[in-house]
Unconditional design. Sequence first.
Length: 293
Amino acid sequence: MIKLKKYVIVLMVVMICAAVYLLGYAGKNDQHSALLDEDAFLLIAHRGASAIAPEHTLASYQLAMDMDADFIEIDLQMTQDGVLVALHDDTVDRTTDRSGKVAEMDLVDIKRMDAGSWFNAEKPDRAKDEYVGIQVPTLEEIFTAFGDSANYYIETKQPDESEEMEENLLELLDQFKLLEESQPDGKVMIQSFSADSLKTIRQLDNNIPLIQLMDDFEQVIPSSETFELYREYAVGIGVSHRKADEAYIAAAREAGLLVHPFVVDKLAEGEKLKSWGATGIFTNDLEAVSSLK
């Protein structure tokens, strides 16, 4: 009788453990699908929380994380010595105290620059002493700072002029284990205006979700055949909110593509895009659109 009771107790413990495991596994599967769910609506922090901190800095990304952004967006440029850094422009003129092309500078030159004082001067109501002298971060530094606690939406900039940009990007993603099967699907998304860059990434890795950015000058809805061509290598498109009307979004969604308009800083605009079927927006101002989640 005592042995039977022990057996029953052990069996109950095993069943409880199994139930806990299955619940955790189900939750994990939910996490895996959430970022790419066609019914979800994502808030993508454009250059970080760039309305309230210097864009593409660790401070801007940290604020975006604190404000519960679904993704932090990182624009990549490559230095002369082959290092990936977070900068939108191909020159440093606008967001640092120096001038010149990123591709003609080594990392040591980039690291000497003040990437925050311009923000204090441009937005005195948002100015902070800590922004003075803040540096341009490398992609490696961003991954070191945030690891897998962040979801990354990365853009390859000027890839045709940056040899092996895609290979270097994937190498860093592998180094920081951001492409492991244990990570949520969509932990990393890569976008580009360059279809060639995206196709290169697709050849190197068949699983990373890719987003084809649409040129601002394209004023008409692409044909269904064009959308189908995008669908061969991409899961979605990024399009200016100025041309992403209801018909445009409907056509893209009909082709099975996610639609992430850029850049939306007004709640009313975000609500309209969401009602039309957009699956997320890029925003500088997370505070303004936070209620869309």
